[in-house]
Ligand binder design. Structure first.
Ligand code: ZN
Ligand code: MN
Length: 486
């Protein structure tokens, strides 16, 4: 972004709640079901059908608010938002207008939530993005367009949808990325939503304007609609911000428009110009009573989880893992749980973290496996790391055992036995190997004695060769140094 412009970005994020049934009827919430099978008169919008509130959806929304430091309104209500759209047969959406469940709060950004290539150049570390509100509403149906026409699937109609509205505190594509990443983590941590963007469980509208540095008045706000990947939001902003600046630099003006992101073309495309603000004629839904929230909030509070940043701090404090590694583990709840199970019985939890973040993660990604499908259970990894840390096998042997564990799912101890890998830690045997290696390495010995310390490595190599790689390297070093000092 040219230095002389400021971007102002606010996000509206729709999150599908993890409830078993829909917001105002008993129909199942189920991803990928046969179209129009989870429907009833209420979610099909039949005249006269009466909505019944889903308490769990209210509780999950309160929980989201608690996790993000919002104030939970003592009383909230539902309103009808009137507009016509083919995927919404009632011609109104039940939403919350002036009394949403949650107000204020904030999303704390952290370094590892930023895109990898931007983590070293964070403009405002530990920035907090303030929230305006979180409200609860119902989702609409989903249309499918094909050459035969358009079909509508009402399975999604009436599923509980939480809308999280941020203040326009976001200043760059990278901050928008970090914001969404943290939001997604928090939703998963709280069990509020699986927040799987591929399944449309987290969808985002972006409001963005630019203005010259030193001016107060905001530029014309342009809306980017329905982005469904976090990286897509980043790319859309990387395109859109300079586009707006270029228009202004060329002496043009910007219209209040709605645009969409064309991922294949890598550009934002005009959908419509906003002639005037919509008047949705909100009014309180006469079929739904206002909700006193105190009991819901109390029960939501009992479900408050440890949050990603709290977990990171605890991993650092309790297990001596570096803040970076702890952050990578805590970024992914499943990974964090794997680590914690493995680390429980570990002599050196830090080494367990290293194995997970290096060998395990690269083995998983080579096979395109998620941590939940990992062929090595956490306890088995812990056993392997303990074998290495106790000196029973050396690091190189550990790598081989790991590879075999990953393909055969056998426990480390069994593989070590089968392969006869027990490291030789018997000093007598190692002494003998060392004597033989010293006798074989006249030149290296002379160089070492003349002060070239590194020459000892050649002798060590001899010992390892003689022991077929099974000598305990720590002991080899000690014995060689002692022998050569004499
Ligand atoms: Zn229904
Ligand atoms: Mn909405």
């Amino acid at each position: 972004m040219p230095q002389d412009y400021i971007a102002t970005i606010g996000l509206e994020v729709h999150v599908q709640l993890k409830t078993r049934s829909k917001m105002f009827c008993g129909c199942r919430v189920e991803y990928g079901a046969e179209p129009n099978t989870n429907v009833c008169p209420v979610c099909l919008g039949m005249p006269g059908a009466l909505p019944v509130m889903n308490e769990e959806a209210l509780r999950l929304t309160a929980l989201a608010g608690l996790m993000l430091g919002c104030e939970i309104a003592p009383r909230c209500k539902f309103d009808r938002k009137n507009y016509f759209y083919p995927d919404m047969p009632k011609n109104y959406q039940i939403s919350q207008y002036d009394l949403p469940i949650c107000l204020n709060g904030a999303v704390p950004l952290h370094d590892l939530a930023y895109p990898k290539d931007a983590q070293k150049t964070i403009a405002t570390p530990d920035k907090k993005i303030r929230l305006t509100r979180i409200h609860l509403e119902e989702d609409v149906a989903k249309s499918f367009h094909s050459e035969h026409g358009t079909g509508i699937d009402f399975n999604r109609a009436g599923t509980p949808l939480m809308e999280i509205v941020s203040e326009p505190d976001i200043a760059s594509a990278e901050e928008a990325f970090a914001y969404l990443t943290v939001l997604q983590q928090v939703m998963i941590y709280g069990g509020v939503s699986d927040a799987d963007m591929e399944k449309g469980q987290l969808r985002c509208d972006v409001n963005v304007s630019v203005r010259p540095v030193g001016t107060e008045k905001w530029g014309t706000k342009i809306e980017l609609k329905n982005l469904n990947t976090i990286s897509g939001v980043r790319r859309a902003l990387i395109f859109e911000i300079p586009r707006q600046i270029a228009v202004l630099e060329a002496g043009g003006t910007l219209d209040q428009e709605t645009r969409r992101w064309d991922d294949a073309r890598g550009e934002t495309v005009l959908m419509r110009i906003k002639e005037s603000a919509h008047d949705y004629r909100y009014f309180p839904d006469p079929d739904l009573l206002p909700v006193e929230t105190s009991e819901l909030v109390a029960s939501a509070r009992t479900r408050l989880p440890e949050l990603p940043w709290e977990k990171r701090a605890r991993f650092t404090a309790d297990y001596g893992v570096s803040s970076y590694d702890a952050g990578v583990l805590a970024n992914d709840l499943a990974l964090a749980r794997y680590f914690e199970t493995a680390a429980k019985g570990a002599k050196k939890p830090k080494n367990v973290a290293n194995w997970i973040l290096n060998d395990l993660q690269s083995a998983l990604s080579a096979e395109s496996l998620a941590i939940s499908d990992c062929p090595i259970p956490p306890e088995a990894l812990d056993e392997l790391v303990n074998l290495i840390d106790s000196g029973a096998i050396n690091g190189k042997q550990g790598k081989d055992v790991f590879a075999e564990m990953f393909t055969t799912r056998k426990p480390a101890a069994v593989i070590v036995k089968e392969r006869g890998l027990e490291q030789v830690s018997d000093t007598g045997a190692i002494e003998a190997f060392c004597d033989q290696a010293i006798a074989n390495s006249e030149r290296a010995v002379a160089e070492y004695k003349a002060g070239k310390i590194a020459a000892i490595n050649a002798i060590k190599g001899q010992v390892m060769k003689l022991s077929k790689g099974q000598a305990n390297i720590q002991l080899v070093s000690e014995i060689l140094e002692r022998k050569l000092a004499g």
